[in-house]
Design a protein around this ligand. Structure first.
Ligand code: SF4
Ligand code: SF4
Ligand code: SF4
Length: 474
């Protein structure tokens, strides 16, 4: 068998993977270590040394967790979600069970309003989340990080007590729009095997659950032929529920969902553009305009000190919203040009915008990776220093580490080359996706190519902004 055929084989054909994913407790086994680490991180953030660089919970959260989350979704999509303690806490309280099927849940199990079943709220929460980091320095502040952990925990439990299933993970988590959209690019999927078996299936247990299982907590119905990873948290509940062993888990080509999903959606398209805009045009705006905007704002307001420096917060907020608005307008403008170039009259520019927004996903994700890479490589050494300090005062972490290794694990010049490479790969892949999307829209190759040209140009502009922001930040 050729290597790529082997890769796309159902991984459940491997005995050990089948045995593990057949376990009802599979997800719990993965969550348990992260839950213990989360509890320890929270204790150290609240009681430990109040310095971001010396606090074990802070270093672990913003170096290990953040780096791992991003690395995981490049390969497994929502790979973090399967072991995330926040979503699990909401689910455990709602069901009054850790993994077994319980008769007594305490959640009200209300249906979530149909008009709110979209990504809009999640996109706003995501923008607030990354703004809190850039503007408010949440990753440098133990009290703010503790606040974020409390908000996520209380939010997941509270929403879990009111609404059915994982409503928090579907529509409220500040990460869901980001990892949901990114997971559409990931080369891994959970899907039904045989559509005929699903058609004849009476129980639809993958969705409805069975005597011993709950069914999909994310309202994904495998029997209908899932076309994208967006909502799949890889929990394997459908795998254990399906009585016909009709679910497969397999690797597949990168980016597959971006051009193979059934229908484009405005919220997904805007989410894709916002993610890309936040790490490209916004980054560039911050590098180029923060100083002049700050001095303009400081002529109206008094400067403070971080994290309560309102001049800085307002200036960054202004550039954030401005950068995202410019990226959206840019994509809309080029979508309009794409319509004009294609020569079609009966398709609105909005339809082009919805179709082509997904093209920016690879560029946005790879630029995100490039940004995180620098941070992780520079501060990774500190993880060992703060862990040694934690061992001296476990679990309160009130002892300062004698040294903090904050040198690059990889030479800065090589880190920069790797960042350029990642961004370049994202840029090239975004161009490829844009071309696939134009082919998806138009069967005629000539029209497809004409429609692609302006979108290719918009990817070029955003890609150049990403590279400029990288080099200017050096
Ligand atoms: S959506 Fe958010 S809360 Fe839910 S599992 Fe994923 S990261 Fe955790
Ligand atoms: S339970 Fe299995 S066979 Fe039935 S609809 Fe779901 S995936 Fe298909
Ligand atoms: S589709 Fe299956 S693996 Fe994905 S979230 Fe639903 S139950 Fe879990």
């Amino acid at each position: 068998m050729k290597w790529h055929k082997k890769l796309t084989t159902d991984l459940r054909e491997f005995g050990i993977i089948k045995r593990l994913t057949d376990l009802n407790s599979f997800q719990f086994i993965l969550i348990l270590p992260t839950m213990l680490i989360f509890i320890l991180a929270t204790v150290t953030i609240v009681f430990g040394v109040q310095h971001a660089g010396f606090n074990w919970g802070m270093v672990f959260t913003w170096v290990v967790w953040w780096g791992m989350l991003i690395a995981l979704f490049v390969i497994f999509g929502r790979g973090w979600c399967i072991m995330c303690p926040f979503g699990a806490l909401g689910e455990w309280v709602q069901r009054l069970s850790l993994w077994w099927k319980s008769k007594w849940g305490i959640g009200l199990n209300l249906k979530y309003p149909k008009r709110l079943k979209n990504l809009w709220m999640a996109i706003v929460f995501f923008v607030i989340f990354i703004f809190l980091d850039s503007g408010y320095g949440i990753s440098n502040s133990p009290p703010l990080t503790a606040g974020l952990l409390v908000v996520l925990t209380v939010g997941a439990i509270w929403v879990g007590l009111i609404f059915e299933k994982r409503t928090f993970c579907l529509y409220h988590c500040p990460l869901t729009a980001f990892i949901g959209i990114a997971s559409m690019m990931a080369p891994f999927e959970v899907r039904r095997k045989d559509a005929d078996v699903c058609r004849q299936c009476k129980t639809k247990a993958c969705f409805n659950g069975s005597e011993n299982t709950y069914g999909c907590p994310m309202n994904v119905f495998q029997g209908s032929g899932v076309d994208k990873n967006r909502d799949c948290i890889l929990c394997t509940e459908c795998v254990t529920s399906c009585p016909y062993n009709n679910i497969k888990m397999r690797f597949r080509p990168f980016g597959y969902d971006l051009w193979n999903r059934k229908k484009g959606k405005l919220d997904e398209s805007v989410g894709s553009i916002v993610i890309a805009g936040a790490v490209t045009i916004v980054s560039l705006f911050l590098v180029l305009f923060l100083t002049p905007v700050r001095s303009a704002v400081s002529s109206i307001l008094f400067s403070g000190t971080n994290p309560g420096d309102w001049v800085r917060i307002i200036s960054i907020g202004f550039l954030f919203l401005g950068g995202i608005a410019v990226t959206l307008l840019l994509m809309y403008g080029f979508s309009y040009l794409s319509k004009r170039f294609s020569g079609v009259k009966d398709i609105k520019a909005k339809a082009f915008f919805v179709n082509f927004g997904y093209a920016l996903v690879p560029l946005g994700i790879m630029k995100f990776l490039a940004d995180i890479l620098d941070h992780v490589l520079r501060t990774w050494g500190a993880v060992f220093d703060v862990t040694r300090a934690l061992a001296k005062d476990f679990p309160l972490d009130r002892v300062y580490a004698s040294e903090l290794t904050v040198r690059q694990l990889v030479n800065p010049a090589w880190t920069y080359v790797m960042q350029l490479l990642l961004t370049g790969i994202g840029f090239g892949f975004s161009l490829y996706v844009a071309y696939k999307l134009s082919q998806r829209m138009f069967a005629d190759r000539n029209i497809a190519f004409k429609a692609f040209l302006p979108i290719g140009a918009s990817v070029f502009v955003v890609g150049m902004a990403a590279l400029w922001a990288l080099s200017a930040a050096l």
